[in-house]
Design a protein around this ligand. Structure first.
Ligand SMILES: Cc1ncc(COP(=O)(O)O)c(C=O)c1O
Length: 406
């Protein structure tokens, strides 16, 4: 596949035409949520326009909803590189799904059991495990990241994972500083001790190829609104575990299959949007034989684009800017940059940029342990995120504004 055609991609995203004070908005807030292509909007509105019904009805519209649900499961399985026997289930968002998963998993824990979490994770893959461990009398062990290299210390994993470890919860990539984690190695360490691995792929999903099979993840969670889809969460896991675990569910809902993990009525319109979002990614490399092959190739081009933008960004920063994250190997990170400008608070910088139609986020973005480790609990950092639709011109515009403000 050739390089990404950013202009063609941008043409598919109506929100990228949004203006503020007469200037086109530059969206660098992708780590907080991406925009969606017209195909996703059409899928969602098409479902609603043609009439949506609940599951279980003896009529065509109900069967359509069931089909949309199954189609979305297959799309997510392709995106996640799920194994043939993995289940894919949906829910409100990743946080809700992880609380549901942690509650069910914790029913098998007791005093003396251990749970491993990392300081690189978003709190949605920390707090559920802290709570579940506290309720069961289990012990929590922490894995730090190196605040000089910004990498997760995998040796520290090996130190804390042991025969009592029940679970390792780890992020695929940091939503704050962009570090990508070697999930295959984390799984290897966990499995060698007989522990399960839960991977938070929310931040990684729009940037790199998820491969549950190759990384041997037991459970993996993501949110479609980060990978060009609507606001809905998805998770996948080994069907044997998902069947065996006692999910919190109402009595009439399915007792087996992924449906047992899906509480209440699902957002069928959002599910059609999930399929369209995955198809959007696959459509970036349309000539491959399978959707999974297309997705894999597309992510190669997405990563090249991210590295090129990252180099441009890093080389053009003002001298008073500090980057908190990997700068020596841009393939070891997502293009999500946490920065500080000397003498300017994160909120002030985000506000100044926002006033210029340049959208960035500031604060801790719920990566509370990251900010604590970096001693930036107070006010946090400004976060700048690139996606496949980000252009060099936008990066230059951002750099110019940063020079002005510096
Ligand atoms: C890495 C990471 N994990 C989890 C979440 C929470 O996802 P959700 O909003 O779907 O609950 C986010 C959201 O920003 C995130 O970036």
């Amino acid at each position: 596949m050739n390089a990404l055609n950013t202009a063609a991609i941008r043409g598919q995203f109506p929100a990228l035409r949004r203006k503020e004070h007469g200037t086109t908005v530059a969206w660098f807030d992708g780590p907080g949520g991406s925009q969606v292509p017209q195909s996703v909007i059409d899928a969602i509105s098409g479902f609603l326009t043609h009439g949506g019904s609940n599951h279980g009805g003896a009529f065509a519209a109900s069967r359509d909803s069931e089909k949309a649900h199954e189609t979305a499961r297959r799309a997510v399985a392709d995106l996640f590189g799920a194994r043939l026997d993995d289940h894919v289930a949906f829910g409100m968002n990743m946080t809700s799904l992880n609380f549901a998963l942690s509650r069910a998993l914790a029913t098998t824990w007791g005093p003396g059991d251990e749970v491993v979490v990392t300081r690189l994770d978003h709190d949605a893959n920390v707090a559920p495990w802290l709570r579940a461990a506290a309720e069961r009398g289990a012990t929590v062990k922490w894995v730090p990241f190196d605040t000089t290299t910004y990498r997760l210390d995998l040796a520290a994993f090996a130190d804390v994972v042991g025969p009592r470890t029940k679970l390792v919860a780890v992020t695929h990539a940091s939503n704050a500083i962009g570090t990508i984690v070697d999930i295959a190695e984390a799984s290897r360490i966990a499995h060698a001790a007989g522990a399960l691995v839960v991977v938070d792929a929310v931040h990684y999903a729009p940037h790199g190829l998820i491969d549950m099979a190759a990384t041997d993840s037991d459970f993996l969670l993501a949110s479609a609104y980060k990978f060009f889809g609507p606001h809905i969460g998805a998770f996948a896991g080994r069907s044997s575990l998902m069947e065996e675990l006692d999910a919190y569910k109402v009595r009439p809902s399915p007792a087996t299959g992924p449906g047992k993990w899906e509480t209440g009525t699902q957002s069928f319109e959002a599910l059609t949007g999930v399929t369209a979002a995955v198809d959007h990614l696959a459509g970036l490399a349309p000539d491959e034989p399978t959707r999974r092959d297309q997705i894999a190739l597309a992510f190669g081009a997405i990563q090249d684009h991210a590295v090129a933008l990252g180099k441009r960004f890093l080389s053009g920063l003002p001298a008073t800017a500090t980057v908190f994250g990997i700068t020596d190997d841009l393939t070891a990170r997502t293009p999500t940059y946490a920065i500080e400008l000397e003498g300017v608070s994160a909120r002030r910088l985000a506000t100044e940029l926002g006033d210029r139609g340049i959208y960035v986020t500031d604060g801790n973005y719920y990566a509370v342990e990251v900010m604590r480790s970096l001693q930036r609990e107070d006010g946090g950092l400004v976060r700048i995120g690139f996606l496949h639709y980000t252009t060099e011109d936008e990066v230059d515009r951002l750099l110019n504004a940063l020079h002005d403000l510096a």
